[in-house]
Design a protein around this ligand. Sequence first.
Ligand code: EPU
Length: 434
Amino acid sequence: MYKYIIKGGKPLYGEVEISGAKNAAVAIIPAALLVDGVCRIENIPQISDVTMLLNILKRMGASIRTVDRHTMDIDCSGVTSTNADFDMMRRIRASYYLIGALLGRFGSATVAMPGGCNFGGVRPIDQHVKGFEAMGATVDVRNGLVVAKAPEGGLRGSEIYLDVVSVGATINLMLAAVFAQGTTVIENVAKEPHIVDVANFLNSMGADIRGAGTNVIKVRGVKRLQGGFYSIIPDQIEAGTYMAAVAGTGGRLLIKNVIPKHMNCISGKLEEMGVTIEEGEDCLLVKRDRPLRRTNVKTQPYPGFPTDMQPQLSTILCLAQGTSIVTEGVWENRYKYVDELLKMGANVRVDGRIAIIEGVEQLTGAPLKAYDLRAGAAMVIAGLCASGVTEIEGVEYIERGYEEIIEKLRRVGADIEAVDIREPDDEKDIERIG
Ligand code: EPU
């Protein structure tokens, strides 16, 4: 158990290397269940959600070999179990991809209802279930378990229209459709870069998936996928978080290992706020040397402004001149972190899906809590921008999705450390790791 301690008010200067995309990795790792042979996967981020998924696969009989810090050989040929460890599954949202992958490979899956970040509302999977059922499966969701069974003869290709644009349902249905008989057409799908990445991974192993990145995905069932190499794309949201951090603190950061096109939806907003962004082939130079200006933003599925950047952007808008209006268009309740910003002197009023932010001159350090992954990242940004000391608890959420956040920030001049917070009995053992 750690907390972060930040002495804020320092501009950031230097270079940050972005890791592989969390939301691609957490889908590609379960997708390896469909592959007969060894998948060598590069650019895997070292984050706790990934560790958890690798452990789930191992318990199911997969062989996993570490090649280097970010490269693994995953061989699921030996997996025979259609059940995943329920306790481990409940801790992460992406465990729902095991339903599509197991159903696709074995024709049956028994998994725990997914956990993950708590935005204070329900995170339904009805669109996943609707798609599996359209392919002929029976799906029973009861007592925290999802039990799915393919019909005699296996899943059948089908036409599926998603009622809401869902990242998870899009990927899950692609996974289930890889070996289905005939063609599956999924309409009104999500278009996030990680959707394309998962389709590219599966295609490179022998699947036949077309249209990823557009509104309609067509999957022609194949008989078998064979092993191969794949490198995961860089994390759009991690990159956006460091961009927001330097926009908040001022300074100049070279953000390396990004796909600039994936960043357009974020770069555009920051530029409106007075941030200067220069684009290289696989990097962005981000500078902020004048006061931040207000803006309005509405989160939407890609290529709209990502909901996973909403808390970070709202945090720096607290320091922008004028009144900004933020509208959360994806999740029903993603403003729990605002109470923490109020403790620092921010002026924010939340009304349903809208936050009205009046910019203030400065934020003041305070004891804060991370309520979920991106809210946690926003608290780190708030601490970096604030005067005085900010302490953040609940940082295990942050470590689910940000590789070496402390080290990366310290290298660019931030005063941040992680401090062990064990019970008083263990206090003599307090160890500083930051
Ligand atoms: N929804 C339904 N029914 C469904 C599925 C979704 O109504 O069956 C609704 C949700 O309630 C939500 C909207 O559709 O209002 C979008 O949900 P989506 O399914 O796209 O979200 P997800 O797949 O559960 C992924 C990311 C989230 C990210 C969202 C939106 C992963 C593991 N998680 O979640 O990432 O916020 O897409 O882009 O890929 C994060 O990384 O911090 C994170 C929360």
